[in-house]
Design a protein around this ligand. Structure first.
Ligand SMILES: Cc1ncc(COP(=O)(O)O)c(C=O)c1O
Length: 353
C-alpha cells in the first residue's frame, strides 16, 4: 500500500494561528484521503486540506454509517513530536469498523499515513503549554445511493486541528447530573464503538441539562438507571480512600485510551484499581461516609477533568474543589509528562515523529 504526497504550495500557517484557538476550528495544511474500490482500500494520498465534493445521495448523510478516532500529537522539541498509543487507537478503530460494517482501513495506511501526515504538518503542532495537534481519522460510507443498507464503497480521511487548553480560563470542576429519561447506549448496541450516531443522539439531552446549569450528563445504564457508564467524551473514575474504581467495559461504554493509561499509571503508583459495575447509590453513600475522595473524567481532549458535583435525583456528591484534586493532579502530570517527552516512556506508548 502506497501513500502518495501532493504537498501544498504555500502553508496557511501564520504567526497568530495558535492564538486563542477554539477546539476543532482551524485545520492544518494537509489531510490524508483514501477510498475503496469494489470494497478494497486503495492507495492513500496526502493532499492539501480542502473541501470534498459529494453527491446529495451520499450514503453516510442519510444513514450515519461512520466511525472515527480522536488522538493527539504533542510538541517535544524542535525536531520531535510525539503520537500517543497508536496501536490502541487502531485497535479501537478496527472494533468500531466491525460494528458499523465498514471495511477496516489497513494498519499500515493508518500508522504510516498518520506519521507521514504529522511529519509534513509538524509546524502545526503548537509549542505551547497545554496545546497539541488534535487528529481526527474518520471512515464513512460513500455510495451515492439512498438505499438503507451497508454501503459498498467507503472513504477514509485523517484531518488535523491545532488545539489549545481544554480549560482556557483555568481548570474548573464539572457540574454533572444523571438522567433517568435518556440513555447513551445499551448493551448490544453501538456504545463501545466510536460511531458517529452515538454522538448525534447525545446532543439533545446534553442541551437540556445545560439549561439547568449542568455541564454534561453522567450516563447511567439503560436498564436500571443505576450503574455509572461515562460522561460526554470521557470515561469516569472514582477515587475511594483505599482504591480507584472505574466502570467495567460491558459493551455500552467506549474503551478510552486515557482510561487505559490511568489504570496502568495508577497501578504503577501502587494504587489498587478495579473495573466494576458502579452503582450511583453506592457512590452517594461512599461520599456521605467520607470514603469518596475524588471523581474525575479521563479522555483525549481534556486528559483529566475534575468533577465537582454529581446530581442524582435530588441528592448530590459535591466537592469543595478549585481545580483538580490531588490524585487527579498526579495522574494528569504522569500522562502529560509522557506525552510531551518530559519523562522516559517505559510503556512503548509514545511514537516519535
Ligand atoms: C464517548 C466517549 N467516551 C470516552 C472517551 C475517552 O476516550 P479516549 O481516552 O480514547 O479519548 C471518548 C473520547 O474519545 C468518548 O467519545
Amino acid at each position: 500500500m502506497d501513500i502518495h504526497t501532493e504537498p501544498i504550495m504555500e502553508s496557511r500557517l501564520t504567526d497568530s494561528t495558535f492564538d486563542s484557538l477554539l477546539f476543532g476550528v482551524e485545520f492544518s495544511d494537509h489531510m490524508l484521503l483514501a477510498q475503496t474500490e469494489q470494497g478494497e482500500w486503495q492507495d492513500a494520498t496526502i493532499l492539501p486540506y480542502g473541501n470534498l465534493s459529494v453527491p446529495p445521495s451520499l450514503s453516510v448523510l442519510h444513514y450515519g454509517q461512520a466511525v472515527f478516532e480522536g488522538m493527539k500529537a504533542f510538541y517535544v522539541n524542535e525536531s520531535t513530536v510525539h503520537l500517543f498509543r497508536l496501536d490502541d487507537h487502531y485497535e479501537r478503530l478496527t472494533n468500531s469498523c466491525h460494528r458499523i460494517s465498514i471495511p477496516v482501513p489497513p494498519k499500515e495506511m493508518f500508522i504510516e499515513g498518520l506519521k507521514k501526515l504529522v511529519a509534513l504538518d509538524r509546524a502545526w503542532v503548537p509549542n505551547k503549554e497545554n496545546h497539541s495537534l488534535y487528529i481526527r481519522p474518520v471512515a464513512f460510507a460513500s455510495d451515492p445511493i439512498i438505499a438503507a443498507k451497508a454501503s459498498t464503497e467507503y472513504t477514509f480521511m485523517i484531518i488535523c486541528s491545532p488545539v489549545g487548553p481544554y480549560y482556557p480560563t483555568g481548570v474548573k470542576p464539572l457540574d454533572l447530573t444523571t438522567s433517568t429519561e435518556y440513555v447513551r447506549a445499551v448493551v448490544g448496541g453501538t456504545g463501545y464503538a466510536k460511531a458517529a450516531g452515538n454522538y448525534a443522539a447525545s446532543f439533545q439531552p446534553a442541551q437540556e441539562v445545560r439549561k439547568d446549569g449542568f455541564a454534561q450528563i453522567i450516563w447511567l445504564d439503560a436498564l436500571e438507571h443505576r450503574f455509572v457508564e461515562e460522561v460526554g467524551t470521557m470515561n469516569i473514575f472514582f477515587k475511594l480512600k483505599d482504591r480507584l474504581i472505574t466502570p467495567k467495559l460491558t459493551g455500552s461504554i467506549l474503551s478510552g485510551i486515557t482510561r487505559k493509561s490511568v489504570i496502568a499509571l495508577a497501578q504503577e503508583m501502587g494504587i489498587e484499581v478495579s473495573e466494576e459495575r458502579i452503582d450511583i447509590h453506592d457512590m452517594i453513600a461512599a461520599f456521605k461516609d467520607g470514603e469518596l475522595e475524588e471523581v474525575f473524567g479521563a479522555g483525549t481532549a481534556a486528559v483529566i477533568a475534575p468533577i465537582g458535583r454529581i446530581h442524582h435525583q435530588g441528592e448530590n456528591i459535591q466537592f469543595d474543589l478549585e481545580g483538580r484534586g490531588p490524585f487527579a493532579t498526579k495522574v494528569h502530570k504522569a500522562i502529560t509528562d509522557l506525552q510531551h517527552g518530559r519523562v522516559v516512556d517505559t510503556h512503548g506508548w509514545v511514537h516519535p515523529v
